[in-house]
Write a protein that binds this ligand. Structure first.
Ligand SMILES: Cc1cc2nc3c(=O)[nH]c(=O)nc-3n(C[C@H](O)[C@H](O)[C@H](O)COP(=O)(O)OP(=O)(O)OC[C@H]3O[C@@H](n4cnc5c(N)ncnc54)[C@H](O)[C@@H]3O)c2cc1C
Length: 596
């Protein structure tokens, strides 16, 4: 086995261990790749539970008042610090322990309600929303999900109130996108009472202000010479904890404290192991699922701000004796921001509801949400920046800050390229396995193999000819629902054809993977939008409000998304991939960026 094959085997083994631990019901995204529309995951459009709604409304009111009066995003950016008074205020309102159980002082909110809170913060200040995410969405999440009752009792009350802060430390120099390559070591002491941790972490949000850090380190696997990642609760007062850089100077989200620290022979009691030994990556990825939904919420909030700013300027700034809003090229930008903001909210709400309903295996959907919302937000900010012209460039307006702040989103919590490839590969695994069944049987016929291959062949064929039903309730949405069904069939056909055409090499063909993942993301986004419009029409009907509300932005999204999907799928066969690879190879091998 050559080195590349060995690496591939290692990656497959890790992915299998993390993602396919047992039989699971077919989720929505995996269903798309099989040509199915798993409607009960996405329809009807989820709503925050009636019982929880009054408390959510009250918290939102309190939060808005606090943010309007006491949060100064420009000052946070200038000072590169979030004042303690802001952190204390968020703690008082309950933001720092929103989803924690009430017995530990939390609000016990659902993830959907939590997303509404994060959207509100993301609307105003990205530093603050990233700080809250690092503390709550990922910092204390491992404790909430995997902590023993004793650990929760000991740690949660102070973290939930904000008296103490949390951080999540996975990234190292050698473990960035390749998160499984954690090098920090943890060996058990001779008396078995504690682990001894050694190594360095970098780029860790809240590292220098946190009193509890969830730290990933490698522990030996008993009876082998191998190691696996385990999660530990580490506190900065442990001897050997050394803060190397408390606040790394950076481009945006300057208010957050992004740090670098070393652990040198730090003794961590074995009671501080979080989750099963050797299952730290699973802990990390589960935690990131939650983080990615609130990421979506924060991006939604910021996109809504983009829309408000764009409309305000387009209605007031005059050039050529017209307001900017009278020009079609400005209208186009505003319409697109409105369409995207609607879709981002719908997608966030639907994905958060998967967590609340206890559905299994929504890792694909959270990855889709993260990539989709972060890419869309970047476009939204770019558009509103353009509408403001030269004024956007100056620091008295929030746009240059928003632009700097938004750039981290495409990199943090999984770089978008890595997640895009992941979406395509995990999604294609289902149909790919069916094809493998057919192929293996053709090569080596057996009675058992024949029946499995027959079933697989039938399933593939069915999915290719059948247009899945998209069950909307509102009569006026039937045509759009049918169109979505047809797009899913088209997608499924294209995925099958790509699998048959490229076979195993597709595992390395990221340009093909990207188109497949992009199409899948737009299908998911369109589904959420359709579900949301349907929900809003039905709810208006129930309230006796039959005058149809304005869904022009949502309808635009469906049209543009459908056009994008067709473009991605057409690109699977009509593209410049060979030329792209050749040009890149030429640059990479010549070691310079020659311009022809
Ligand atoms: C402000 C900030 C805050 C952060 N907070 C935290 C935190 O709280 N906790 C934590 O653990 N980490 C945190 N991180 C780390 C963050 O998650 C990593 O930066 C991210 O995972 C990318 O890793 P990397 O920076 O090492 O980039 P690399 O892994 O070196 O990747 C660089 C680029 O290469 C490309 N690339 C990499 N792999 C592939 C691939 N397989 N296919 C195609 N392209 C690829 C992508 O374009 C990627 O952006 C933070 C980072 C920043 C900048």
């Amino acid at each position: 086995m050559n080195k590349l094959d060995e690496q591939r085997q290692k990656e497959i083994q890790q992915a299998e261990e993390l993602l396919f631990t047992g039989p699971q019901a077919l989720g929505f995204a995996k269903g798309l790749f099989q040509g199915h529309f798993v409607s009960d995951w996405v329809m009807p459009y989820p709503r925050v539970d009636e019982g929880e709604r009054p408390q959510l409304e009250q918290t939102l009111t309190e939060l808005r008042k606090f943010l309007n009066e006491d949060l100064d995003p420009a000052e946070i950016d200038r000072q590169a610090d979030i004042p303690r008074s802001v952190i204390d205020g968020l703690g008082r309102i309950g933001v720092l322990g929103m989803t924690a159980p009430k017995e530990y002082g939390g609000h016990g909110f659902s993830q959907m309600a939590n997303c509404k809170i994060l959207e509100e913060i993301g609307r105003r200040c990205a530093s603050t929303s990233v700080f809250v995410n690092a503390h709550h969405s990922i910092g204390i999440r491992a404790l909430l999900l995997f902590g023993t009752p004793e650990q929760q009792q000991k740690w949660l009350p102070k973290l939930v109130s904000g008296e103490q802060l949390g951080a999540f430390a996975l990234t190292e120099r050698e473990a960035g996108s390749d998160a499984a390559n954690v090098q920090m070591q943890a060996r058990l002491s001779e008396d078995g009472s504690h682990f001894i941790l050694n190594g360095e972490k970098r780029y860790i949000t809240n590292a220098a202000i946190a009193q509890e850090l969830t730290v990933m380190a490698r522990t030996p696997i008993a009876g082998t010479d191998k190691t696996a990642v385990t999660a530990f609760l580490v506190t900065p007062d442990m001897p050997g904890f050394e803060m190397l850089e408390a606040r790394m100077a950076k481009t945006g989200i300057k208010g957050t404290a992004t740090g670098r620290f070393a652990l040198r022979d730090v003794k961590v009691p074995k009671e501080n192991v979080l989750g099963p030994i050797g299952k730290g990556l699973k802990v990390a990825l589960t935690v990131l699922d939650f983080g990615r939904t609130t990421f979506g919420a924060c991006c939604t909030g910021a996109a809504k701000t983009c829309l408000e700013l764009a409309v305000a300027h387009a209605n007031t700034r005059r050039q050529f004796n017209k307001t900017l809003g009278e020009f079609e090229l400005v209208k186009k930008k505003i319409a697109r921001i409105a369409a995207d903001a609607y879709a981002m909210e719908a997608m966030t709400t639907v994905t958060a509801s998967f967590i609340d309903r206890g559905l299994e295996d929504y890792m694909l959907e959270t990855a889709m949400l993260k990539v989709f919302t972060t890419e869309r937000l970047w476009e939204c900010i770019n558009d509103v920046f353009q509408i403001y012209g030269g004024s956007a460039y100056f620091t008295d307006l929030p746009l240059e800050r928003m632009l700097r702040d938004a750039r981290i989103n495409q990199i943090g919590e999984g770089a978008n390229e890595v997640l895009t490839s992941f979406i395509a590969l995990v999604g294609m695994r289902g149909p790919g396995m069916e094809f493998k069944e057919i192929y293996d049987t053709m090569m080596k016929p057996s009675r058992d193999g024949m029946s499995k291959a027959w079933a697989a062949g039938k399933s593939r064929l069915n999915a290719t000819i059948r247009v899945p039903d998209v069950p909307v309730q509102s009569e006026q949405l039937r045509a759009q629902a049918r169109q979505l069904g047809r797009l899913i069939r088209h997608f499924n056909f294209a995925v099958n054809r790509a699998l048959v055409t490229y076979r195993e090499p597709i595992l390395d063909m990221q340009l093909i993977q990207e188109r497949i993942a992009n199409a899948a993301m737009d299908l998911f986004a369109s589904t959420c939008v359709l579900s949301r419009i349907d929900g809003e029409i039905q709810s208006a009907g129930r309230n006796g409000n039959t005058a149809s509300s304005d869904h022009s932005a949502a309808n635009l999204f469906l049209r543009q998304s459908s056009r994008r999907i067709r473009g991605y799928l057409a690109g699977l066969t009509d593209n410049d991939d060979k030329a792209v690879i050749a040009a890149a190879k030429s640059c990479l091998t010549s070691g310079s960026s020659r311009v022809a």
